[in-house]
Structure formats: structure tokens, C-alpha cells
Design a protein around this ligand. Structure first.
Ligand code: RNT
Ligand code: ZN
Length: 423
């Protein structure tokens, strides 16, 4: 196992620093920027998108976490414990992204259209103690009123109203989280609504969704405390032929109503990447939320790894200078491996991709492009791939007080033995 010593890290870092300096890249500046870039870890990797309302219920909504690795979190306290362990292995200060059905009700039964900030008080207190900020999502699935696959675009007025009310509650919860923790909470709306087979009417559900969003967003809440986001999707299991909240729908809604859109890497055609979309949408919108995910042949939500899609995405963020306009959230759920290792692998991959992008001579590449030297543009981008970024990464981990190299895996194994295996 590669667990570098301090001397090893220092030596390799000095060489790397020198190598990057020859390219005009400042490794210290890169690490500083990285440390100021929070990633929002999605709570739902910790329990297979189960939530704590009714143990053992189906997720539904076309979402599927496959695998039965032992030790999943069964209570809010267990989820917090696991998340704390994961955060201790991830360099930097980050955020935690909750879904409404992770309310900490302590045995009470509260309907989703009656949720209040107090039902998340334990989460807020915990976040405060941990120095974390929170993000939030209304939950439009795993519920009897979502059983036919329609929520905010339901033709049943009672159901539609119920979900509008849920959205209103959740915006207020997000506002409380943001106010109490001193950082805007992004409240992301994703609904599963759609048809498996060819619809006879594509229009009415979209008209109803617009109406529902207008009702939900009617009250202006302080953007210092909360920001609304709306997440599109191309298709899902059970909604292959039609999704009410398509990309065009939410993009248009977002531009018309000044709401941010959410780009989930798994929500487009499999050959389509979200990296290319940033410079398009951010030309017209102030902010964007990303759900960084990894689809394998479909929207499978595999654990994020340092692949080309991720590298391109990070390059776009850095080259566009938009790290402060893009909220970086993760969205994957793998139940076939250690769940907290999944968080650590995915988040560390996201951070590594940002570091790689920050270690590029961005201006040099842009200049080469403008001068028409596409040969050098390609040659340098290719050689950058084998520059000693790993040495900078190790140094960054050490600086942030988390294991460098592969040392974190030992920690996870120990935790699995002591805690997870006993559940
Ligand atoms: C579903 C969306 C959505 C969910 C989470 C649980 O396709 O990606 O973001 O994954 O809200
Ligand atoms: Zn998503």
C-alpha cells in the first residue's frame, strides 16, 4: 500500500513544484484555490437513498441502488457518524446535502407537507459542530402520493397541491439551514414525473409543472440564506418516453424566472457531457448546480472516478473562472462497496480533477489556440497528463490533515470492523 512518509511527500512535492514552475504554474496557488472550493456530499450514498421515514420501503421513481454491502446507516445518528468518518478522510471543508425524507423525527410521524425547520434541528446542530454547511432537497419519491409516478405535474389536483406544499416547506427549511449556518443552502427540486410509453398529451403535464413551480416559488426568500435549483432529466426507468421536467423545460423556466438549473452528469444522452454546457448556460445564468455522477451506459449513478468526463468538467470550471458560480454537488449511490469508501473515492476524485485543472497553464493554452498553434495545444494537453500532480495531491492531503496516498483505505477498513460490521 502506498502511504508516503512526510519526508517522501516533501521531496516529491519540491520536485513537482519545480516542474510546474517551469510551466508557469504556481502549485501553492493551486492548493489555495482548491482549499476554498467546497463539495456538497450527498447524504443518500450512506443508506442507498433509503431515508428514515419508513424503513425498508422501495425508493421508486426509477432510482435504484444495487448491491447489499453490509453496514448501511439505519438512523440519522449512524448516517452522521459515517459521514464524519468520510469527512475525516477528505481534504478541505465541505458541505452535506440532505433530502427531506432524512428528517430526524425521533419516532414522530410528520407528513411531508408539514415539515418544518425544527424537524432538521439535529442536523443543523451537527453541521454547526462539524463546521459543515448544508444543502437540501425536497423528496418527491418514496411516498404513496408519488406511487403513480406523478407529483408536481400530477393531473390529480389534491396530489399536485400536496407536493407544492412540500416544496414550500422545504424552501423554508433550506432558508433556516442557510441562516443558521451562515451560507446559502441550495434547495434542489427533482421530480420523477414522466411516462413509460408514448404520451397522448405532452403539454398538460408541463403546463401543470409550470404552475406548480410558480406556486412553490411565489414567496421570495433571501438569497443569502437559500437558492432554488431545478434539475432536468432526459429519461428514467419507467419514464423512458417522456419526462415532464426535461432539459429545455427547466432551462427555459430558469432563464425566465432567474432560477438556477441543475446539470446532472447522468441526465443526458450517454454520449453527451455536461462540461460543454457550462459556458453555454453560464453566459445567461448567474449560477448552476452540478450533480457530479457517473453513468455507465445509462444513468446508473456509479461512484465518480477520475475519468475524462470529470477532468473535462473541472477544466471548464477553472478555465472559465466560474468556481464561485457553480455549486459542486455529488450524486451517486453504490450499495455494492463500502458506502463511506464510496463517498471518499468520489469526493477525492472530484478534488483531484480540480487540482489537475488548477495545475494547468491555462493562459498558455488559450494563447496557443488564438495563435492557431493547435499542434502545441494538443501536445501540451497530452503531456500535462503525466506531470507529477500526485505529489501535489499528497502534499495537499498532508497539509489538510488527512491521509495522503492510499492510507485512508486502512482507516475505512478499521471503521468497518469496529462499527459497520456490528450493525
Ligand atoms: C435522480 C436525480 C436526483 C436524485 C437525488 C436522490 O435522477 O439525479 O438528483 O439522484 O435527488
Ligand atoms: Zn441528480
Amino acid at each position: 500500500m502506498y502511504t508516503p512518509s512526510s519526508e517522501q511527500i516533501a521531496k516529491a512535492y519540491d520536485q513537482a513544484k519545480e516542474a510546474y514552475a517551469q510551466l508557469g504554474v504556481d502549485t501553492e496557488a493551486a492548493m489555495n484555490t482548491l482549499s476554498a472550493t467546497p463539495i456538497s456530499l450527498h447524504c443518500w450514498q450512506g443508506d442507498d437513498v433509503g431515508g428514515f421515514e419508513s424503513p425498508g420501503s422501495e425508493i421508486g421513481a426509477g432510482l435504484a441502488a444495487t448491491g447489499n454491502y453490509p453496514g448501511k446507516a439505519r438512523t440519522p445518528a449512524e448516517l452522521r457518524q459515517d459521514a464524519e468518518k468520510a469527512f475525516s478522510l477528505i481534504p478541505g471543508k465541505h458541505r452535506f446535502n440532505l433530502h427531506a425524507f432524512y428528517s430526524d423525527l425521533r419516532g414522530r410521524k410528520v407528513e411531508r407537507n408539514e415539515l418544518e425547520p425544527k424537524h432538521f434541528e439535529d442536523w443543523i446542530v451537527w453541521a454547526e459542530q462539524q463546521g459543515l454547511k448544508l444543502d437540501f432537497n425536497p423528496t418527491y419519491f418514496s411516498h404513496p402520493k408519488a406511487a403513480d409516478g406523478f407529483t408536481l405535474s400530477s393531473a390529480d389536483e389534491g396530489i399536485r397541491k400536496f407536493w407544492v406544499e412540500h416544496g414550500i416547506c422545504c424552501r423554508k427549511i433550506g432558508e433556516a439551514m442557510g441562516r443558521e449556518l451562515g451560507s446559502p443552502c441550495v434547495v434542489n427540486v427533482w421530480i420523477p414525473d414522466g411516462y413509460k410509453d408514448l404520451p397522448a398529451d405532452r403539454w398538460a403535464p408541463r403546463a401543470r409543472l409550470k404552475q406548480s413551480l410558480d406556486e412553490m416559488f411565489a414567496e421570495d426568500l433571501n438569497p443569502e440564506h437559500m437558492r432554488d435549483a431545478i434539475e432536468c432529466k432526459l429519461f428514467g426507468i419507467g419514464s423512458e418516453s417522456y419526462v415532464t421536467g426535461s432539459h429545455e423545460f427547466y432551462l427555459a423556466y430558469g432563464v425566465a424566472n432567474r432560477k438556477m438549473i441543475t446539470l446532472d452528469a447522468g441526465h443526458f444522452h450517454p454520449t453527451e457531457g455536461i462540461a460543454d454546457k457550462l459556458s453555454a448556460v453560464l453566459t445567461f445564468m448567474d449560477e448552476v448546480l452540478l450533480h457530479v455522477s457517473r453513468g455507465v451506459r445509462w444513468d446508473s449513478d456509479h461512484v465518480v472516478i477520475l475519468n475524462d468526463d470529470l477532468r473535462l468538467l473541472a477544466e471548464e470550471l477553472v478555465r472559465g473562472g466560474v468556481l464561485d458560480r457553480v455549486h459542486l454537488g455529488l450524486d451517486f449511490f453504490d450499495a455494492s462497496i463500502n458506502r463511506l469508501a464510496a463517498w471518499v473515492i468520489g469526493t477525492r476524485a472530484m478534488l483531484k480533477s480540480l487540482l489537475l485543472a488548477l495545475l494547468q497553464p491555462t493562459q498558455m493554452l488559450k494563447d496557443l489556440e488564438l495563435s492557431g498553434d493547435f499542434t502545441a495545444r494538443l501536445a501540451i494537453q497530452e503531456d500535462l497528463k503525466t506531470m507529477p500532480a500526485g505529489a501535489v495531491w499528497d502534499r495537499y492531503c498532508e497539509q489538510q490533515g488527512v491521509p495522503a496516498g492510499m492510507g485512508w483505505l486502512e482507516e475505512v477498513r478499521g471503521y468497518e470492523e469496529r462499527v459497520l460490521a456490528r450493525r
